[in-house]
Design a protein around this ligand. Structure first.
Ligand code: ARG
Length: 458
């Protein structure tokens, strides 16, 4: 038999394959609460405008509330024949309240309905993302505070570069996740316009009040162009872009955890709660959570590319292609939440091996730049000459297999006669980090200033 919602012009029902490719109820049932809230706001507005009676409105609203509780208690029977969440709800409403149900769809289409439901869902999800980012930032701030003066090697090319503090390194992630959070806030502002009332694409002849429904549903204002409204999925793309960038940030720290928890580095230890063992090698403690956070980036980036590709080249306005938007967003949201939660737990629980970090910070001639800067400051050499002199000092230390601080003064003087005893004060890792007091630099006092700045904003 043909579809009870749109079957008027059809003599026969769809083939089984048509039904299968067309149905979205398997995933869009997630939108039931938004769908019902949207319908209640719409029916309330229709009655206020004299488009339906108050009696019909009351029946519609009580029927919708009953459906919501049926869904929440698991009693609702979803039907694939009814394609999607919108028609499943409306069909059940007809069974419950009879002909009044047929008036709910006045001045509305599934095109503006789905745009509304999905926007509401993405908005709520981004509000959740914002909170989770705040939690993750707080975990990094706590670690940074504790380790504002803990010296570790800073790397470029993953080669020892200059000493930094672990607190400073943590604060780099606070900056990244802080940017993610402000992107989320901007995206919420962008999407905060109500689609309902755009109808199929052209608006409606009924005297609806879109400002009223916008307000009732918590939107700042209604959208301004009905064609754009039903064909726009920028809000989903923005969420996915933000999720992808955030996942990249998470993945970079996950990678550092994987490196730092190796016995070769041994900079940090994960708690048992965020580690796993090996079924064959009893000594192993593996950073599986970090590896999975790193891997989630793959699917989240994939979702972004999938939806960009779905939307590319779609003529205005709505096309059924757009039904494929939801699974990408749902999957990315679920996995971003998991990754944020796992990372927050790992960071909060991790312990730092300060001795290992300090030892590594001093190896690899990490204070060579400090020696060059000392030659500029004290001896008055041009930086390029100081660089050259320091290069010879490093080569000497390397040939003797010792640190810069272990080279005898006579041998240093042989390289440059104006080098004095005072040079030994600047080649320690502590002196090195303490000297980098420039704004945003790694000196512990500077790091503490940045922590205070963020505490006031988190
Ligand atoms: N299930 C559809 C979607 O997700 C709802 C909108 C369908 N509209 C239509 N004219 N077929 O996009």
């Amino acid at each position: 038999s043909s579809n009870q919602m749109w079957g008027g012009r059809f003599a026969a029902g769809p083939s089984a394959i048509m039904e299968e490719i067309n149905a979205s109820i398997g995933f869009d049932k997630k939108l039931y609460a938004q769908d019902i809230a949207g319908s209640i706001a719409h029916a309330t507005m229709l009655a206020a405008q004299g488009i339906i009676t108050e009696a019909d409105r009351d029946q519609i609203i009580s029927g919708l509330k009953q459906i919501e509780s049926e869904i929440e208690s698991g009693k609702f029977e979803f039907s694939r024949k009814l394609e999607d969440i919108h028609m499943n709800v409306e069909s059940r409403l007809a069974t419950l309240i009879g002909p009044a149900a047929g008036r709910l769809h006045t001045a509305r289409s599934r095109n503006d309905q789905v745009a509304l439901d999905f926007r509401l869902w993405v908005k709520a999800e981004m509000q959740k993302t914002e909170k989770m980012l705040t939690g993750l930032i707080a975990a990094f701030l706590d670690k940074a505070e504790r380790h504002a003066a803990t010296v570790m090697p800073g790397f470029t090319h993953l080669q020892t570069a200059q000493p930094v503090t672990f607190g400073h390194h943590c604060m780099a992630y606070v900056e990244m996740f802080g940017r993610d959070r402000s992107r989320v806030r901007h995206a919420i502002e962008h999407l905060d316009e109500s689609p309902i009332g755009a109808a199929a694409l052209a608006g409606t002849p009924y005297p609806i009040d879109r400002h009223m429904t916008a307000k009732a549903l918590g939107f700042r204002e209604p959208t301004r162009n009905s064609i754009d409204t039903v064909s726009d999925r920028d809000f989903a793309l923005e969420f996915l872009s933000i999720a992808a960038i955030c996942a990249v940030h998470l993945s970079r720290f996950a990678e550092e955890i994987v490196i730092w928890t190796t016995p070769q580095f041994g900079f940090v230890r994960l708690s048992d709660a965020f580690s796993t063992g090996s079924s064959i090698m009893p000594q192993k403690k593996n950073p599986d959570a970090a590896e999975l956070v790193r891997a989630k980036t793959g699917r989240i980036n994939g979702s972004l590319i999938a939806l960009l590709t779905i939307m590319k080249g779609l003529p205005l306005a709505y096309s059924k292609d757009m039904q494929e938007d939801k699974e990408q967003v749902f999957d990315a949201a679920e996995n971003l939440e998991l990754a944020l939660a796992a990372m927050t737990g790992m960071v909060a629980d991790m312990t730092v091996n300060e001795a290992k970090m300090k030892q590594a910070a001093g190896s690899g001639y990490s204070t060579a730049t400090d020696l060059a800067d000392w030659l500029v400051r004290t001896v008055g050499l041009p930086f390029r000459d100081a660089h050259h002199v320091t290069g010879r000092v490093v080569a000497l230390a390397e040939s003797k297999g010792c640190d810069l601080a272990d080279l005898p003064l006579e041998e240093l003087k042989a390289i440059h006669p104006e080098i004095t005893e005072a040079v030994y004060d600047v080649v320690t890792v502590e002196a090195s980090v303490a000297s980098r007091k420039s704004f945003g630099g790694t000196a512990p006092d500077e790091v503490r200033k940045q922590i205070a700045w963020w505490r006031a904003r988190n």
